[in-house]
Write a protein that binds this ligand. Structure first.
Ligand SMILES: NC(=O)c1ccc[n+]([C@@H]2O[C@H](COP(=O)([O-])OP(=O)(O)OC[C@H]3O[C@@H](n4cnc5c(N)ncnc54)[C@H](OP(=O)(O)O)[C@@H]3O)[C@@H](O)[C@H]2O)c1
Length: 267
């Protein structure tokens, strides 16, 4: 049985902390006594969150404005953290977004930007902060994948494939780092009540699908990292879905996804 990760008084970097799942990670990690670096493009919600956390928990919170889809910002972020004399013990690679639409509606530049954030930035930050965790023999990386990682999804092909990358990448690292003291976890939530669907242009999906709340997703993730799990699918219904796709053909799985994920405007 793995020991819970000792997090109190250590520093975590949470990307995409200005809303949704990232902001909830910040809340639950501060409640465990962690100091935090919050990073995203919108600064005001992070400043508000930093004040809230300081009042509630007395922990330290630093806010760094950063567009993680730009590779030069990743170098600047690492340098800024080093300048502030902070050593990261937990990296939460949470920033990400999705695009839903038909092939005819596709905007190649936006898809590139999404891949730069969901894949390139996550990978880059992992390799920037991993060596110091490994040399100290202590640390964890939590990568936000998705339920969409378990099969191809029609009308959100690049997004689902980006999350399959995150799942595979994290699972490989989990095994490679198993006896180093560094834990790697992929979190694979299904529909979760956040701004994600508004950003993806399908706000109505939150009414159409059963959804999780951010606090249950983050609680499940932190429990899974304590248990040194490889991946976690919060909620038993979504977990069952990941098994269901193993019993049908790949063709059937992706054909079924068409029924559920066809954007309303393309009908
Ligand atoms: N909600 C779901 O149903 C669901 C399900 C599975 C997986 N996920 C994953 O969970 C993660 C968090 O999403 P969420 O549901 O919490 O949605 P959200 O509320 O829209 O949060 C997305 C976060 O990513 C940040 N972000 C977006 N573009 C960025 C950029 N270029 N640079 C830096 N930060 C950026 C946003 O901040 P700024 O706009 O301020 O930059 C925001 O803080 C994502 O990786 C998403 O794919 C969500």
């Amino acid at each position: 049985m793995a020991k819970p990760l000792a997090l109190a008084d250590r520093w975590a970097l949470v990307t995409g902390a200005s809303s949704g799942i990232g902001a909830e990670f910040a809340r639950q990690l501060a409640a465990r006594g962690m100091h935090l670096i919050l990073c995203a493009r919108r600064i005001q919600p992070m400043l508000d969150l930093a004040s809230e956390l300081h009042l509630k928990h007395g922990t330290q919170t630093e806010v760094i404005e950063c567009d993680l889809s730009r590779s030069e910002s990743l170098t600047a972020l690492e340098a800024e953290i080093a300048n502030r004399g902070i050593e990261i013990s937990l990296l939460v690679n949470n920033a990400g977004y999705g695009i839903v639409g038909t092939v005819d509606e596709a905007d190649p530049a936006r898809i590139q930007n999404m891949l730069a954030l969901n894949i390139a930035a996550l990978t880059d930050l992992t390799y920037r902060f991993l060596p110091s965790m490994k040399s100290r023999g202590l640390g964890a990386i939590i990568n936000l994948s998705s339920l969409a990682a378990f099969q191809p999804v029609a009308f959100m092909g690049p997004y689902a494939a980006s999350k399959a990358y995150v799942l595979h990448f994290s699972e490989a690292l989990h095994v490679e780092l198993r006896y180093t003291g560094v834990r790697v976890l992929a979190v694979c939530p299904g529909v979760t009540r956040t701004d994600f669907f508004r950003v993806a242009g399908v706000e109505g999906w939150l009414k159409k699908h059963a959804s999780l709340e951010v606090d249950e997703v983050v609680r499940a993730a932190l429990k899974a990292v304590d248990q040194h799990r490889q991946y976690i699918v919060p909620g038993w219904r979504d977990y069952l879905l990941t098994w269901l796709v193993r019993f049908v053909t790949r063709k059937r799985a992706v054909m079924e996804s068409q029924r559920y994920f066809r954007p309303r405007k393309s009908k």
